[in-house]
Design a protein around this ligand. Structure first.
Ligand SMILES: Cc1cc2nc3c(=O)[nH]c(=O)nc-3n(C[C@H](O)[C@H](O)[C@H](O)COP(=O)(O)OP(=O)(O)OC[C@H]3O[C@@H](n4cnc5c(N)ncnc54)[C@H](O)[C@@H]3O)c2cc1C
Length: 402
């Protein structure tokens, strides 16, 4: 078993770390306070090839593997969650799902501009009355000749106001035997007539990220924009969640690391009762827990990335990674604030932002409770992976880089 990173993986990690530390870290506090996205962030991520990192060069990507994608997410979220969210929804939910389920024509038309960062993408599933129970959605698409007509409202959509393309799952057959068999997925051009959208304000965290709503009123979507067959929308959405959860897991690992580094630095410089607080055993216990959690979270997401590279289904392992890392990041940020004492309670230090940002990841892309149900399902033998019509391709260096 080889735990070392390849040269390409190390180069990717260093390039993304450099970008996040040099270009984002100096301004993130200002934009988080203003509750506005950093205006240049997505453009720069596109220019640097970060948004298309794990796609073959022939599809506009950087030709890196799935592990490098995870390493990039860790580096981005170690600085701010809003950057990693772009990797989750643009690269994970939208582009990676087109890569897995799309036809060659759809890859040419949608994946290439997404991977190059020329167009932004998002993943659109949640509605005002529905989140965890995906099959219970109401937004519908009715076929009308060569088009579908989309109607309904989606809510809590990351990059809703910024994206050009959206992977949208809706109901196409309300009389299906099982509700999950009545769903279909589409790439919708969000500049189409009948699409209105806006941002949600007053969020606890991810304040430098755009989260919003999208309304569809008689939006005409060409049949050729349907991803997969009619009725495959639930499976496609679950594949999208596998991709998104992987980025959430690797990103949350970055928060654990950032909380650990901030805590170590502060604990060495702050003195109480005649010695640095780092020498008090109760503080050491908190720091040891963060260090241990970082190691576990990292190994779990690397396992998932490795399985993707091998072309193995990883829904269960990605669920472990997502639940563990997101809960560990919330705990690490909480303890980092405690170590910083009153200063941790101020936005002059980053640790309070880590706490606010970490909470969302325990809710989105399948809440902690939903991950527990998934894991119990596998453990009890009630849930098994069935082969998909379109599996995520295994990483093949020659194919990816030529
Ligand atoms: C910052 C942010 C960004 C987001 N971005 C996106 C996005 O880009 N695209 C998108 O489609 N959605 C997005 N979401 C929405 C997110 O995916 C949903 O919030 C999530 O799926 C949970 O759905 P819900 O909020 O409706 O909660 P509900 O499904 O109503 O659940 C409420 C509570 O009940 C629990 N629960 C539900 N069912 C069960 C059960 N069977 N057993 C035990 N407990 C249960 C849940 O875990 C939760 O604690 C985002 C949310 C946030 C906060």
């Amino acid at each position: 078993m080889d735990f070392s990173l390849s040269q390409e993986q190390q180069m990717t990690r260093n390039m993304v770390r450099d970008f996040a530390q040099k270009e984002i870290a100096p301004v993130i506090r200002e934009y988080d306070r203003k509750q506005e996205p950093i205006p240049f962030a997505l453009k720069r991520m596109g220019e640097l090839g970060i948004l298309g990192l794990p796609f073959p060069v022939r599809y506009g990507g950087a030709g890196m593997d799935y592990i490098a994608w995870g390493l990039a997410c860790e580096e981005l979220e170690a600085v701010d969650t809003s950057l990693r969210v772009a990797m989750s929804v643009h690269t994970g939910l939208c582009a990676m799902t087109v890569f897995q389920w799309g036809t060659e024509e759809q890859k040419q038309k949608f994946l290439i501009p997404l991977a190059k960062g020329e167009k932004m993408g998002c993943g659109v599933f949640t509605e005002p009355g529905m989140g965890s129970d995906v099959a219970a959605m109401h937004t519908s698409a009715r076929r009308d000749g060569d088009f579908y007509s989309l109607n309904g409202e989606k809510m809590w959509i990351s990059l809703a106001s910024k994206a050009d393309f959206a992977l949208v799952t809706v109901k196409t057959d309300s009389s299906a035997r099982k509700a999950s068999e009545g769903l279909s997925s589409f790439i919708v051009d969000l500049h189409s007539p009948g699409v209105t959208r806006g941002d949600i304000h007053g969020k606890l965290g991810v304040r430098a990220g755009a989260t919003g709503w999208i309304n569809f009123q008689d939006v005409r979507v060409p049949v050729e924009n349907r991803i997969g067959e009619e009725g495959e929308g639930f499976k496609i959405t679950m594949s999208a969640f596998d991709h998104g959860r992987y980025t959430v897991a690797s990103g949350a690992t970055g928060i654990v690391r950032a909380a650990l580094e901030a805590s170590v630095s502060y604990a060495k410089s702050r003195t109480t009762f005649g010695k640095p607080i780092a020498e008090h055993q109760l503080i050491q216990e908190k720091i040891a827990k963060m260090a241990q959690d970082y190691e576990i979270a990292r190994l779990l997401y690397l396992q998932s990335g490795w399985m993707q590279n091998m072309g193995m289904r990883n829904t269960l392992q990605t669920s472990y990674a997502k639940k563990f890392a997101t809960e560990a990041s919330f705990s690490a940020a909480n303890e980092a604030i405690q170590i910083h004492g009153a200063y941790g309670f101020s936005d002059e230090f980053d640790v309070e932002r880590y706490l606010r940002n970490s909470k969302g990841a325990m809710i989105y892309e399948g809440s902690s409770e939903i991950q527990t149900l998934i894991q119990a399902g596998y453990a009890l033998g009630e849930r098994i992976d069935k082969p998909l019509r379109c599996e995520l391709p295994a990483y093949d260096e020659a194919f990816w880089q030529e």
